[in-house]
Design a binder for this molecule. Structure first.
Ligand code: FNR
Length: 367
């Protein structure tokens, strides 16, 4: 590990490095969201509107931060969210994600719109990997892609269901920057298939693959119920980090009702604004099995690729360990709703900033 990373004692420092290294258009691709960015801000606001309720007088010398998902042990209850165009953030793209996750001991979700191929990323690390698919063709197209990821050793298929259209991301519209799969001013080739995606088609994909099915982008208890009725193994509560529908709800608020609806019949992942150990603990207390990180991961990769991402995960682990001890719990199974309660959030003006308060408020897009 390089000197500056070994000396980075907070994730704040790594985010600072990302800000300094990134071109403003790629920074905006990562940090930005749809239209007014209200959904993204609500993700943070909802997390910040929960207080933790510590218990004392217990022996908390030995804290176990590990969790489980899809039969895999996770060193911390964290999953790498899929990041499209990862190669625009760090040169080896999805390989850096898979290797960092494998080295640290968590699972990585690899996007179908990131480079290099699912096969190259699969071969780069023996750690557990989930393939995330956008549907850009008909049934034969989707089945062929599913065959490839199964053959490449991915442990589950995740279908993103919150992206029937590519949203209006105004930072990108202003700068003109597009992910490499897009041609400026034109719809992404094949994106119409994503708007034709139905529950029945997802079930067909599940049958074709023989792999566990993860449905990423559930935003209501009603849809969580449908996912469970279809027998899907993982319900992933997400609004795409506020990058799709604007004026949505904060995901940690949705988590509570989804957890009631699922009632133990599927595993639950949540993402949206999670940056800190305490954020993750709140989600576990409200019923999540694991929390996925998107922007925190992307910024780590921008700061220093695989090495910086491993360092961010180490620091996140330390935050989780210390906070669990301070809450009076020694394993995640002890966390329940009694450890969180509604509280007034402190004012914050951006989705990222509430977690990193030393930054000048706003982290505006560079001119
Ligand atoms: C994403 N996200 C995403 N989701 C997905 O299903 N496929 C993808 O290719 C991408 N690409 C992508 C790129 C970038 C730069 C970001 C920031 C996000 C959404 C991602 O998986 C996750 O749902 C959110 O990022 C979670 O919110 P936070 O952690 O970023 O606040």
């Amino acid at each position: 590990m390089s000197d500056w990373l070994a000396e980075a004692t907070t994730n704040h420092a790594i985010i600072d490095a990302a800000r300094a290294r990134l071109e403003s258009d790629v920074w905006d691709y990562i940090a930005g969201a749809a239209e007014t960015e209200t959904t993204a801000r609500r993700n943070r606001l909802a997390i910040d509107s929960l207080a933790l309720c510590p218990r004392v007088g217990r022996d908390v010398e030995n804290v176990d931060t590990s969790g489980h998902l899809l039969g895999q042990r996770l060193r911390i209850p964290v999953l790498l969210a899929p990041i499209g165009a990862c190669e625009a953030i760090t040169t080896d793209g999805g390989i850096a994600q898979a290797r960092a996750a494998g080295r640290f001991g968590i699972a990585a979700t690899i996007s179908s719109v990131t480079e290099p191929s699912f096969e190259a990323v699969g071969a780069a690390s023996a750690g557990p990997k989930i393939s995330q698919l956008y549907i850009r063709g008909d049934e034969d197209w989707a089945n062929a892609l599913i065959d490839r990821v199964r053959d490449a050793g991915y442990l589950a298929t995740a279908i993103t269901v919150d992206s029937a259209y590519y949203s209006r991301r105004e930072r990108q519209l202003r700068s003109g920057w597009r992910p490499p799969t897009h041609i400026a001013g034109q719809p992404e080739p094949g994106i119409v298939w994503q708007s034709r995606l139905t529950w029945d088609w997802i079930e067909q994909m599940r049958e074709h693959s023989g792999l566990p099915m993860v449905v990423k982008g559930i935003q209501t208890a009603s849809d969580a119920e449908i996912a469970v009725e279809h027998g899907f193994e993982v319900v992933w509560v997400s609004n795409h980090g506020g990058r799709e529908i604007d004026h949505g709800e904060g995901t940690i608020d949705i988590l509570r009702e989804v957890s009631d609806a699922v009632a133990g019949r599927a595993e639950i992942v949540v993402d949206g604004g999670f940056m800190r150990g305490t954020d993750i603990i709140k989600a576990i207390a409200l019923g999540a099995d694991a929390v996925a990180i998107g922007r925190l991961q992307a910024l780590a990769l921008a700061a220093g690729g695989e090495e910086a991402l491993v360092r961010v995960l180490e620091l996140l682990e330390e935050e989780i360990r210390v906070s669990m001890g301070l809450l009076g719990v020694v394993n995640l199974g002890e966390l329940d709703r009694g450890y969180v309660k509604a509280a007034q959030a402190l004012p914050a003006t951006s989705s990222l900033l509430a977690a990193f308060p030393e930054h000048p408020l706003d982290w505006p897009s560079a001119p």
